[in-house]
Write a protein that binds this ligand. Structure first.
Ligand SMILES: [Fe+2]
Ligand SMILES: [Fe+2]
Length: 246
């Protein structure tokens, strides 16, 4: 990929922010690749496609690593490991239990939603970083493609079983959203340092997530109620966390 030139000189704060955000993106993408590989093992009817998704996620990780290198930044692996630890444990437990439905909800809803909710706003400031626009735009397009497929799969799989699907989504999200909520709080200052807002990302994630439930076939009111109750601890934690450090 031909990197685009940076337009604004980096500051130490923006470099540190980039190191953490790219660390999260790179290791998050590697986790996504692993999750799709596990899904391909557990869902043989779609194994080829799921393996292709895993390859695409691996490629996103590589593009983001190239962005790090082009901007003289070392991705913060320790930070990413800490933030992604809960999700990784969750993925490993579902994979060991052969629970492909739960794996697809973690990946298709939580991981893809977080990626979309951060990559999309990042595009607005991406020209400040060498090569970032191309990498994030291409990855974002492919994340939408993955989400579209997961939604279609879940729609067919849970056709006329709204309650069973909501139960699964709640079960998976209790742990997953908590992890993502903590992560959004922990990266809030870094998002600010590059001109983004943690609150906006959390809002975008909530909004996107409600849309996903609706697309699986859940009634709009029911989806909103469910998402608000799921994200309420995150909103409270976020507000109180910000007030405590203000
Ligand atoms: Fe990705
Ligand atoms: Fe994806």
């Amino acid at each position: 990929m031909q990197p685009s030139p940076a337009t604004t000189a980096p500051t130490p704060a923006s470099q540190e922010a980039l190191s953490r955000l790219l660390g999260l993106a790179i290791f998050g993408e590697r986790l996504a690749a692993r999750t799709y590989n596990q899904c391909s093992r557990l869902e043989p009817r779609h194994a080829e496609l799921l393996k292709r998704f895993a390859t695409m996620e691996g490629r996103h990780a590589r593009w983001f690593l190239e962005v790090s290198q082009a901007n003289g930044v070392v991705p913060d692996k320790a930070f990413a490991d800490r933030e992604l630890g809960y999700l990784e444990e969750q993925v490993d437990a579902y994979a060991a239990a052969g629970d492909v439905e739960a794996l697809l909800v973690v990946q298709g809803f939580i991981v893809e939603s977080l990626a979309i909710a951060t990559y999309e706003p990042f595009l607005a400031v991406s020209d400040r970083f060498v090569g970032a626009r191309e990498a994030f735009q291409k990855a974002l397009d492919e994340e939408h493609y993955h989400v579209d497929w997961v939604i279609r799969y879940l729609r067919l799989h849970f056709f006329d079983q709204d309650e069973r699907f909501l139960e699964l989504a709640r079960r998976v999200n209790v742990q997953g959203v908590d992890c993502i909520g903590g992560t959004l709080m922990n990266i809030a200052d870094h998002l600010d340092a590059i001109g983004l807002s943690g609150a906006d990302s959390a809002g975008a994630m909530m909004d996107g997530y409600t849309g996903l439930l609706e697309r699986v076939g859940i009634d709009e009111r029911l989806a909103t109620r469910d998402v608000v109750s799921l994200f309420m601890p995150l909103i409270r934690k976020y507000r109180h966390g910000r007030e405590a450090t203000a």
